[in-house]
Design a protein around this ligand. Sequence first.
Ligand SMILES: Nc1ncnc2c1ncn2[C@@H]1O[C@H](COP(=O)(O)OP(=O)(O)OP(=O)(O)O)[C@@H](O)[C@H]1O
Ligand SMILES: [Mg+2]
Length: 214
Amino acid sequence: MTKEQPHGGKFITLEGGDGSGKSTQARLLAEYLRQQSIETLLTREPGGAPGADEIRQLILTGDPDRWDAVGETLLFYASRRNHLRLTIWPALKAGTWVISDRFADSTMAYQGYGNQLGEAAVQRVHDFAVGAFKPDLTFIFDMPPAEGLRRTTGRTHNEDRFEKMDLAFHGRLREGFLDIARKNPDRCVVIDATREIESIQEELRRILKARLMP
Ligand SMILES: Nc1ncnc2c1ncn2[C@@H]1O[C@H](COP(=O)(O)OP(=O)(O)OP(=O)(O)O)[C@@H](O)[C@H]1O
Ligand SMILES: [Mg+2]
């Protein structure tokens, strides 16, 4: 499936560092689309399909050095391939709009930039596993990493391998996301994620309407 292949649904992704508000905004955006009588599927990565959810546990739990960047990239793409094949592509084909809380830009930012695997290496795996398919619209949530991590401290979950990475890693991550946005201006919009939840949501809806509901 390529971007050129006709499908009724639109594919929207939310990307950015830990605690930047992606899940909060994804839920509100799904609510909004459903209010507009648009059939909407809210999904997330890693995960979003049975096998993909099992891989999620492998990736997100345990020691920070449990996987190296290469192993991690392959796990993410095995998971993403299942997510696309079993969840995202069938939904889009049926005309459903799909909102994904993280997608491929996260692998590029975390493994390519954060872990310094490099852009070309991640892109090769991407081309093999995903091909030319890409989101119709991507929101990149930007904020100082320390602020995002502050929001997530005290949260009780064990899916925290990346939150345990040092601040230098999170700094490279932020620059990575901004670089991705600069290189893909047709698809990506950078969102100032330090603002109030309501005003961010308003901006997302405005951009979404302008770009996808002409
Ligand atoms: N604009 C905001 N201002 C202040 N707090 C916020 C804002 N958006 C979300 N939060 C709070 O910050 C925390 C993290 O938000 P959320 O889970 O949506 O982030 P996330 O980007 O999905 O994080 P992760 O990458 O860890 O999944 C939550 O407690 C949420 O209620
Ligand atoms: Mg989240």
